[in-house]
Design a protein around this ligand. Structure first.
Ligand SMILES: O=C(O)CCC(=O)C(=O)O
Ligand SMILES: [Fe+2]
Length: 291
């Protein structure tokens, strides 16, 4: 089963996804079933699936227009972290790039800044889309993340910015490229560079030293939808060049229903705006003014 109520929204995937190329509306029969099987095999063998032109061109223009209208309301966040986003194996020597804090800046809309009526929010809420993502990974259950800030984000990397190398804190990452960079801004990753038990140190070391020869990159135009094992594949985005920002929607899911992220982590990621929201909720005035 998949998460969320399907009654509030008509299924927006039907309107936005190129169903001729990607028949996600019926994965149980005929060409839909064949498509699903091919996706599952690809995901299992390579650890990623990349769907070029997933969004129909007309729909993409509407999605891009709405996010470009919302982005001026977003803050610029400066994200500072090591590649593991936390503890580093104590055997890693001092000065090793794996201990280093990498920094990038992004203009970022958190879920609570993306109104329910937007197309991107309705696409995220699509039961068909969630079910497709669940089935490609052969998971028994998959729910949209319930966190009010993290569930769906839109991230704009401005010219001159990159997205620093990291592993995600969740297993699978789902991204939709809404606006490609004119040049650069390439999503770059090492598929399955680690398991729960070990890491391909040789490849990771080379990569962090600037040798990208073992990393993968796709040529991704706007409208490309990508699934990859972000928790196990070191990844990031190279420097954006040209005059326009590179804009991605990040869709998050969890095998457990109702997943929320701790206030501490949300304040660390989203900064003073979210700190204020959370503080106001627990302040005496906020409590007194409740009915
Ligand atoms: O923008 C992308 O393509 C990747 C973003 C990413 O790695 C992340 O948000 O964790
Ligand atoms: Fe990531």
């Amino acid at each position: 089963m998949t998460g969320g109520s399907s009654t509030d929204y008509p299924d927006m995937a039907i309107d936005l996804v190129d169903l001729d190329r990607y028949p996600i509306e019926d994965l149980d029969r005929g060409r839909g079933a064949e498509f699903l099987r091919a996706c599952q095999e690809h995901m299992e063998e390579h650890g990623w699936c990349n769907f070029d032109g997933f969004i129909r061109p007309g729909a993409l223009a509407a999605l891009t227009a709405e996010t470009n209208e919302l982005l001026p309301t977003a803050e610029t966040l400066t994200i500072k972290r090591n590649i593991y986003q936390g503890k580093v194996d104590p055997s890693v020597p001092e000065g090793d790039p794996r201990r280093r804090e990498y920094v990038h800046s992004a203009v970022q809309l958190a879920d609570d800044q993306i109104p329910a009526e937007t197309l991107i929010q309705q696409l995220y809420k699509s039961p068909l889309l969630t079910d497709f993502i669940r089935r490609v990974q052969k998971k028994a259950e998959l729910y949209r993340c319930a966190d009010e800030f993290q569930a769906l984000n839109v991230v704009a990397l401005q010219p001159g910015s990159w997205h620093a190398w990291h592993y995600d804190t969740t297993e699978c990452t789902v991204t939709l490229l809404l606006q490609a960079a004119e040049r650069g801004g390439e999503f770059t990753f090492i598929p399955d560079s680690r398991t729960d038990a070990s890491e391909d140190r040789e490849t990771v070391d080379l990569f962090l030293a600037g040798d990208m020869s073992k990393a993968r990159t796709f040529s991704r135009g706007a409208g490309t939808f990508t699934l990859f094992r972000g928790g196990y594949s070191l990844h990031g985005v190279t420097k954006v060049e040209g005059s326009q920002p590179r804009v991605t929607a990040i869709l998050t899911y969890d095998e457990r229903p109702g997943r929320v992220i701790s206030d501490d982590i949300n304040v660390r990621i989203y900064g003073p705006r979210v700190e204020k929201i959370l503080a106001e909720r627990t302040s005496p005035q906020a409590t007194a003014s409740r009915p």
